[in-house]
Design a protein around this ligand. Structure first.
Ligand code: GDP
Ligand code: MG
Length: 670
């Protein structure tokens, strides 16, 4: 049997999913972490599958992640729905519940966060609640692993016995009740043909905010549509509310009645009180932005200055001595010089130079995940909403952009949480300007070579430049191709919570695995290809001087494009092209082409770049085309090859212009 896990954002769906499947899905105190459905087997009830869905507030979706959930519920034919309800926020959560009940699928309520309710001295009469709502209610705490076994057995029983929700009377006699019944009756046959419950079809038609598309898909005749409209208009006049408000009012009135009988609250939970106190400072009118910038600076400083760099240096030493050992061994055994070169100059200097930056990336992710899991990031989205509005975005767009500091691929996927297509596309275009973590190795090597004393400042300056360029591009697009206003920003502010070590560790492990995987696949292949092209000439002879190689010939062809930027060297041009496969490949390529060990790369670079051209090179790598994985994601999310090409070319042009500006202005002073 298949169970769908449905509920509001941040109600604990993913936590419960992991509990049920002993899975490792990412949990975040942050709306929009789950944007795709994921399924797994329930460990306590073998043979049953549970599907984690993106959080929704209503079954009538506004954003594309919500569509994922609705489509699964309607078309995925789940045998049961486990509706997870946040007990600390029960009124709002039950709104969705009432809509889910209309789907007429066996449903049970998992009343989550009972630990918090208990701690604040509140109670919920779950027996009574279950009677009133007409479906089983199981109190649980996903985080504390309480009530899981009972939840599973209740869910399985409910689904096995096909116990449909009893929703006969949550709408009292009156105009709304009459309208729903009349419309249900009218569309019954049409709905059943599509396998939809008539009541669901009726309420969706009454609320109808999809320009009649749903009516069309039901195959209603013109006459029938008019009759429904007539019935709804009558209800509106009698009820004195518009259709949407009338339905919402009907649901909330019921919820209020139910909660009065079942929920005893003793004011706010401790978590909420604490959150409110913390928020007076962290989101205060004058304190919010300075604190945010302070926090970000601190994180970058710790990552690139205090913790990450020494760790990376240590790593580097390890890789370098290993490479030295193998080098000696190979020399002793006297293998073919081409093989020797492949192992040492190709694989070791290529992959090694990239691998040594793993610690920095892990440290950065550590801090970002702490920000996210505590619930702070959601606040910042709220705080920066006002600023983002000036450039035609809303606070919602902030979420993908911050994720973009890690990797553009999940960041671009996270844009699915944006409700309007305009906001979503604009955000997709801007996200790659947020410097992703794969570029860290490039910055780090160049900083070590050219600005060893100012490494931290150069790093921060690069990140800021990426953001500023993004803002500039946003301003331009907002005046041209993306005229219009961002939709109003509504996002739930989760309570501040201590991040769970498990969740943080999981994320770090995931990132490390991703990075290692890339190092040994894409970057490995790129390295070997570069080594090959850089070690043989047009006549397929092994050359010791790479400047006579095939690659040099090709590199020289494109190098002129970069000459005005100060780095017309064919090696730099080749490295940039290789960077399209993965940004780390820029470093591995430079390593292979300069034919030095990992640790000496920063010594070799000054032969290729001046300080100024190094700067313009960094600016170029910061801004130019996203890597192939990100480009493919953009293509998928924009749904257009032409537009994707425009985005990629646009970024290259922007990169060229900015880099040219840096180099020309710099030349005046140096
Ligand atoms: P989702 O958005 O519905 O998938 O929610 P998540 O599973 O990502 O959880 C949101 C937040 O609530 C995380 O910080 C969890 O650690 C926290 N959480 C989940 N379940 C519980 C619970 O039973 N008790 C408490 N105190 N916190 C919980
Ligand atoms: Mg989730």
């Amino acid at each position: 049997m298949i169970f769908a896990l449905a509920g509001n954002q941040n109600s604990g769906k993913t936590t419960l999913f992991n509990m049920l499947t002993r899975g490792n899905q990412r949990v975040g105190n942050f709306p929009g972490v789950t944007v795709e459905q994921k399924s797994g087997e329930i460990k306590y009830a073998k043979g049953n599958t549970v599907v984690d869905l993106p959080g929704i507030y209503s079954i009538n979706p506004y954003s594309s992640e919500e569509v994922v959930t609705r489509d699964f519920l309607l078309n995925g034919k789940p045998d049961g729905i486990i509706n997870i309800v946040d007990a600390t926020n029960i009124e709002r959560n039950l709104y969705l519940t009432l809509q889910l009940l209309e789907l007429n699928i066996p449903t049970i309520i998992a009343l989550n966060m009972m630990d918090e309710v208990r701690a604040s001295g509140g109670t919920v009469d779950t027996r009574r609640l279950s009677e009133l709502i007409g479906v089983p209610v199981v109190p649980i705490s996903a985080a504390k692993k309480e009530g899981i076994a009972e939840l599973v057995s209740t869910a399985v029983q409910t689904a096995e016995n096909r116990m449909r929700p009893k929703i006969r009377d949550f709408c009292p006699e009156g105009p709304v009740h009459r309208c729903i019944h009349a419309v249900s009756h009218m569309v019954e046959d049409h709905a059943e043909k599509l396998g939809l419950p008539p009541r669901y079809a009726a309420t969706r038609l009454i609320e109808g905010d999809d320009n009649g598309r749903f009516a069309e898909s039901l195959g209603l005749s013109r006459n029938e549509v008019e009759m429904i409209e007539h019935s709804v208009l009558e209800m509106e006049t009698e009820r004195g509310l518009d259709r949407w408000a009338a339905m919402a009012d009907m649901r909330y009135a019921f919820i209020e009645k139910v909660c009065k009988k079942t929920v005893k609250k003793t004011g706010q939970t401790r978590e909420r009180q604490r959150s409110i106190k913390i928020d007076t400072v962290l989101t205060g009118k004058y304190t919010a932005l300075p604190i945010f910038f302070g926090v970000m600076l601190l994180i970058f400083w710790l990552t690139f200055g205090v913790i990450g760099t020494p760790l990376s240096d240590l790593f580097l030493l390890g890789i370098d001595s290993l490479s030295g050992l193998i080098d000696d061994a190979l020399t002793k055994t006297g293998v073919d010089p081409a093989i020797h070169s492949l192992v040492i100059d190709g694989i070791f200097s290529g992959i090694g130079s990239v691998l040594s930056f793993l610690p920095i990336i892990i440290v950065l992710f550590f801090f970002l995940s702490i920000l996210e899991d505590t619930g702070y990031m959601a606040r910042v989205a709220f705080v920066v909403d006002r600023l983002l509005r000036r450039i035609g975005l809303s606070g919602r767009s902030f979420v993908p952009m911050i994720i973009g500091f890690g990797c553009s691929v999940p960041a671009i996927m996270a844009t699915r949480t944006l409700a309007s297509e305009r906001d979503r596309k604009l955000t997709i275009i801007l996200t790659p300007f947020m410097s992703c973590s794969a570029k860290i190795p490039i910055y780090a090597v160049f900083c070590a070579a050219f600005f060893p004393k100012y490494a931290v400042y150069v790093m921060i300056a690069l990140y800021l430049l990426g953001i500023l360029t993004g803002i500039l591009v946003a301003l331009i697009l907002n005046k041209t191709a993306f005229r219009g206003k961002p939709v109003p920003f509504v996002m739930e502010l989760p309570d501040y919570r201590l991040p769970s070590p498990r969740s943080v560790l999981l994320l770090l492990w995931e990132k490390a695995r991703d990075f290692l995987q890339r190092a040994f696949t894409v970057i490995f292949v790129a390295t070997v290809v570069i080594w090959f092209l850089g070690s043989f000439d047009t006549g397929m002879n092994f050359v010791t001087d790479s400047s006579e190689s095939l690659l040099a010939a090709a590199g020289r062809l494109i190098a002129p494009i970069f000459r005005p930027l100060g780095f017309g060297d064919w090696k730099a041009a080749t490295a940039l092209v290789a960077g399209f496969s993965a940004k780390e490949a820029v470093v591995s390529t430079l390593g292979v082409l300069s034919g030095v060990g990992v640790a000496e790369l920063y010594v070799a670079l000054p032969a290729m770049f001046s300080t100024l051209s190094a700067m313009s090179f960094l600016v170029f790598t910061l801004l130019y085309t996203p890597c192939i994985a990100a480009t493919a994601t953009i293509r998928r999310e924009l749904g257009s090859g032409v537009k994707t090409l425009a985005v990629v070319l646009g970024q290259c042009v922007v990169a060229w212009i900015m880099s040219f500006a840096v180099f020309s202005v710099g030349s005046l002073f140096i």
